[in-house]
Design a protein around this ligand. Structure first.
Ligand code: ME8
Length: 530
């Protein structure tokens, strides 16, 4: 079992900062929820100073063009769309400690300082740059990574990125470059780290391949006449800093960068985990560690990469328009219904297909028919005597355990450490599956032992109550509100933090719950079911 012992610095987890060119969709909600689960898990372990950061990426050509198309002042456009992402973090019940915007003045200062340090150490030089730029991807592509294609909508011939299919435009300009090529060996070393910098390892394979194939220096600024919306290069107003260099530094800004002299080790940096979608692995696993290595700054411990949500097997994406509005989904299925579905079905290694009928199916099976049903049947079956069964358990007055009881008790002893192991391995989906298997096995036990027919159902009902209590504690990071309701339903003293932390998941460790228990309905029927 993990020890809740004090970490050397606050646990620090981040989401990507999202572009404000369009409204958020379910894919953004998913990343937020996964990161929130990781943070709340730390709180469950007793690391109550754990930190979660989310926010918005507001500079660059893409935003500049979107504001222009909307006919709005760029800052006003950012303010408006940023509010929608912030509203989503609230609607999703995100326990973030801060919401960062790249237009914040302290971020601008941090980025300019970061730039000056790179320059000071000799990692920045000017040279002519020719290549294909994708505004949508905010990336330069070399000739080998683009191809001709016909726009299906208009029949127009154009060049696109082979990887993303996004249109590119030719650009030839003088700008600043970062000596990325100097970091090939150190990056390859990093990917070999035993605690796998890139998780799941599937994503490491392709990064290792591309870094081994060789790294070109990276263009890190654009002429100001092309890109005005961004942070100017310190000492050179004719150039604007590349949006990805600007954006990645947000993780440091929040940690107090530039660190006051002597305070380098006094911050929450390095991040424990950056949670990102597979579309932005290169930025987080190649460019970002190289920038940090250049300044001898500590590297993030892990980058947790997840697959994409698709609709009819096509990536859910703002630019394609096949997106689900996350506010509507939360309204319809409840915030915890959605959090459950996303965490349970969302692929870390693989993509997952989204369909309302899948959410309805899982809600009915696992929440209404699983936890909800088990709770109300147990409470109903115990006919107001659950508290006395708990007291009997505490004073060893329960009937002797049958082999079925022993099986369930052993399962309850071994499941929480397994959940913890999955969380340590950054696999919240496997952790949630493990919790739901506690519920499933307990349902089987309940049906097999038939406590409603048994003249001495005390031990069975106590065991099932323990299973519900332990599951409720473990579910807190996943479904913060519903797990609280379940704990209250069981009359666990939720005002006492010790009763709801990981250490309370030990079988028989809470002598005090169950007083005045009444049936309640945790998961109401959904209004429309398809
Ligand atoms: O890339 N499925 O911002 P962005 C799952 N500003 N997750 C998805 C998704 C999908 N279909 N679509 C998007 C940027 N996401 C940069 C990041 S960080 C320093 C800068 C999620 O608004 C996923 O996390 O395009 C993906 O990586 C992110 O949104 C991209 O958000």
């Amino acid at each position: 079992a993990p020890s809740p012992g004090k970490l050397e610095k606050p646990y620090y987890v981040t989401t990507p900062i999202f572009y404000v060119n369009a409204a958020p969709h379910v894919g953004h909600l998913y990343t937020m929820v996964i990161a929130d689960i990781l943070k709340r898990w730390q709180v469950l372990l007793g690391n109550t100073d754990a930190q979660l950061l989310t926010g918005t990426d507001e500079h660059g050509m893409k935003i500049q063009q979107a504001a222009l198309e909307a006919g709005m002042d760029t800052q006003a456009f950012c303010d408006m769309n940023c509010r929608t992402f912030e509203a989503l973090s609230k609607a999703a019940n995100l326990n973030n400690d801060h919401f960062i915007r790249t237009t914040d003045p302290e971020h601008r200062d941090a980025v300019q300082y970061f730039w000056q340090m790179l320059k000071h150490r000799g990692y920045i030089y000017t040279s002519k740059h020719e290549g294909w730029y994708s505004v949508s991807d905010e990336t330069f592509y070399p000739q080998t990574q683009v191809q001709n294609s016909l726009d299906p909508a208009t029949g127009r011939k154009r060049m696109v990125s082979i990887e993303t299919g996004k249109e590119v435009e030719w650009s030839s300009e003088t700008n600043y470059h970062f000596r990325l090529s100097a970091f090939q060996d150190r990056l390859l070393e990093l990917y070999k780290r035993p605690d796998s910098f890139i998780t799941p390892s599937k994503y490491a394979t392709s990064v290792i391949q591309s870094v081994s194939a060789g790294l070109q220096d990276l263009s890190i600024s654009r002429p100001s006449e092309r890109l005005t919306w961004g942070i100017p290069v310190p000492g050179d107003n004719t150039q604007t800093i590349y949006v990805w260099l600007d954006a990645l530094v947000n993780y440091l800004t929040r940690a107090g960068y530039p660190f006051p002299p002597g305070q380098e080790n006094n911050s929450m940096w390095p991040a424990n985990v950056h949670v990102v979608g597979k579309d932005i692995v290169r930025f987080h696993c190649v460019y970002w560690p190289a920038f940090l290595m250049a300044l001898d700054l500590p590297l993030p411990r892990n980058v947790l990469v997840h697959g994409h949500w698709t609709m009819n097997r096509e990536k859910m994406s703002k630019s394609t328009g096949n997106v689900v509005n996350p506010f509507f989904a939360i309204d319809r299925f409840g915030v915890d219904g959605m959090r459950f579905f996303l965490a349970y079905q969302g692929g870390l290694g693989d993509d997952s297909d989204y369909d309302n009928s899948f959410i309805v199916r899982d809600y009915k099976k696992w929440l209404q028919g699983g936890i909800g049903n088990l709770a109300s049947r147990t409470i109903g079956c115990s006919k107001g005597k659950l508290r006395s069964h708990i007291e009997d358990a505490m004073t060893d007055k329960l009937p002797a355990p049958t082999p079925e009881d022993v099986g369930l008790q052993e399962m309850l002893a071994s499941a929480p450490p397994r959940v913890a192991e999955h969380m340590t391995g950054l696999n919240p989906r496997a952790a949630l599956q493990e919790i739901m298997s506690i519920i499933e096995k307990t349902q089987k036990y309940f049906h097999a032992t038939e406590p409603w027919k048994n003249p001495n159902p005390q031990r069975i009902l106590f065991n099932v109550a323990e299973s519900l209590r332990i599951s409720a504690i473990l579910l807190q990071p996943f479904m913060p509100a519903k797990s609280q309701e379940l704990l209250e339903l069981l009359r666990v003293d939720t005002s006492n933090p010790a009763k709801r932390t990981f250490s309370a998941t030990v079988y028989g460790s809470d002598p005090d719950y169950g007083e005045g228990i009444k049936i309640g309905h945790l998961f109401p029927p959904l209004l429309a079911e398809n």
